[in-house]
Design a protein around this ligand. Structure first.
Ligand code: NAD
Length: 489
């Protein structure tokens, strides 16, 4: 950028030991809806991570010795402060990520607030186990203690939402943290840092180091004083993190990609199923790990479903994310848009039919958005199960619809991918939904709904979709070390 441009740019700084510190080099960050560089993000490496880990280590004795109630009050205060600035956070998230202002206002930021409130509350209610052995004159009990410095690495699709889903339980349990948000979406994490002191979070408890995965992320993963890493992102990066952390035998929580099926039986209530499945396919531009991308429809209702589904998808308005009537914003980057488009082209080359969206319908954009990374919701039919569009995570506004005949067949086909994160099942037959839910290889199964979450219960995937679970009890277990103590009387 030129001098004049640099002046207008938003420049972020790392947050280490309670202070904002500049970095020696910076990365450009783009506004996905305009294609312009609008922000500069620290390009941190080993040195910055070292300083952050040291600050977190120094803060650990004081923070870990606070009572859960004291920590809970601080988390609640932080939630209140973010909520107070909800609109500013939502505007920033939408600009930085490309998501619609409506989604940021109603999903991302409210959930970030809720993450802090939820763990502020749940940390007060855990009980540990106790068993008796009268014949030996013994009682056994477990105690749980925070582990130390937690390394938290988060992706770009739900920036503050997913980062706080890790920070909140980590610090509620008494750990201190070094967080590394995605280099593409760092702004809201930086804004949150400005509120920590006022909330009463002592210096060094939450440190945020900005930069790329290869430099800042790996430095954190390889740091000997960071015994646990909580990661959300792609399966490929998780493999790399597993390798790099192996010499240290680190505790890992890995929340990864998905290739999520929707199974729609002929007795489904289509008036509910269709709008929900359009939403599950295209919400947040399809950039949610839980988004549906393979829709299996029972043959008897296949053509009716397809007709109504495409009509509903076409109602979704794509364009300027700051327009509250827009449903689909911009994709995260130019490279990602290209990748998503390539999948559509490959499907066409294989003989599949693109029923709406990319390459089929015109995309009208405002002059300011012409260089933004936009794409219409795209529905593809007649795709083979072996096609890359049915096997690989596309992570964009693209969904495939195929027909099936029997329950047995659809379970086999739904399970026929490497992933196992989330599935939906649509049927009015109670016995069938239980039966199918039990047999799906999927960490989450929603029947006759999508994305209805109780944060108390485990969240996470099986197979290539992850290792470990997050939730009230699960996150508590991950972020604490358990000890079994035996007392003989
Ligand atoms: P990504 O794996 O490219 O990056 C995720 C984070 O890891 C970023 O902060 C990145 O900088 C960092 N990173 C990259 N390489 C690293 C390395 N070698 N060492 C340490 N850190 C490294 O993923 P993304 O493109 O940002 O996010 C999209 C992916 O995330 C999709 O696959 C999506 O399904 C997945 N995701 C999963 C969940 C879930 O809960 N299961 C939720 C949201 C997104």
């Amino acid at each position: 950028p030129t001098m004049a441009q640099s002046k207008a740019l938003l420049v972020l700084e790392n947050f280490i030991g309670g202070k904002f510190v500049p970095c020696s080099s910076y990365l450009d960050s783009y506004n996905p809806s305009t294609g312009d560089v609008y922000c500069r993000v620290p390009d941190s490496g080993k040195e910055e991570v070292e300083a952050a880990v040291k600050a977190a280590k120094d803060a650990f004795p004081i923070w870990s010795s606070k009572s859960p109630l004291e920590r809970s009050q601080i988390l609640n205060k932080l939630a209140d402060l973010i909520e107070h600035d909800l609109e500013a956070f939502a505007q920033a998230e939408s600009k930085d990520q490309g998501k619609t202002i409506t989604f940021a206002r109603t999903v991302d930021i409210p959930r970030a607030v809720h993450n802090f409130r939820f763990f502020a509350s749940s940390i007060l209610h855990h009980v540990t186990e106790c068993t008796e052995m009268p014949t030996m004159g013994c009682v056994h009990y477990t105690s749980r203690a925070p582990v130390g410095v937690a390394g938290l690495i988060s992706p770009w699709n739900l920036p503050l939402y997913l980062l706080t889903w890790k920070i909140a339980p980590a610090i509620a349990c008494g750990n201190t943290v070094v967080a590394k948000p995605s280099e593409m979406t760092s702004v809201t994490a930086w804004m949150m840092c400005k509120l920590l002191e006022k909330a009463g979070v002592p210096p060094g408890v939450v440190n945020v180091v900005f930069g790329t995965g290869a430099k800042a992320g790996e430095a954190l993963v390889c740091h000997p004083d960071v015994p646990l890493i909580s990661f959300t992102g792609s399966t490929q990066t998780a493999q790399r993190i597993t390798e790099r952390s192996a010499p240290h035998c680190k505790r890992l929580s890995l929340e990864l990609g998905g290739k999520n099926p929707a199974i729609i039986f002929d007795d489904a209530d289509l008036s509910q199923c269709i709008p929900t499945t359009v939403r599950s396919s295209f919400a947040n531009q399809g950039e949610i790990c839980l988004c549906t991308s393979r829709i299996f429809v029972q043959r008897g209702i296949y053509s009716e479903f397809l007709k109504r589904f495409v009509a509903e998808a076409k109602k979704w308005k794509t364009g300027n994310p700051s327009d509250p009537t827009v449903d689909v914003g911009a994709l995260i980057s130019k490279e990602h848009l290209e990748k998503v488009r390539t999948y559509v082209k490959k499907a066409q080359a294989e003989g599949a039919r693109v029923l709406c969206g990319e390459g089929v319908d015109p995309l009208a954009l405002l002059p300011g958005n012409q260089k933004g990374y936009f794409m219409l919701p795209t529905v593809i039919a007649e795709v083979k199960d072996e096609s890359c569009c049915m096997q690989e995570e596309i992570f964009g506004p693209v969904t495939c619809v195929v027909a099936f005949d029997t329950e047995e067949e659809v379970i086999r086909r739904a399970n026929g991918v490497k992933y196992g994160l989330a599935a939906t099942v649509w049927s009015g037959n109670v016995g069938r939904v239980h039966r199918v839910a039990h047999r799906l290889q999927s960490g989450l199964v929603w029947t006759n709904c999508w994305l209805v979450r109780d944060l108390n219960l485990p969240f996470g995937g099986m197979k290539a979709s992850g290792i470990g679970r997050e939730g009230a009890k699960d996150s508590y277990e991950f972020f604490t070390e358990v000890k079994t103590i035996t007392i003989k009387h």
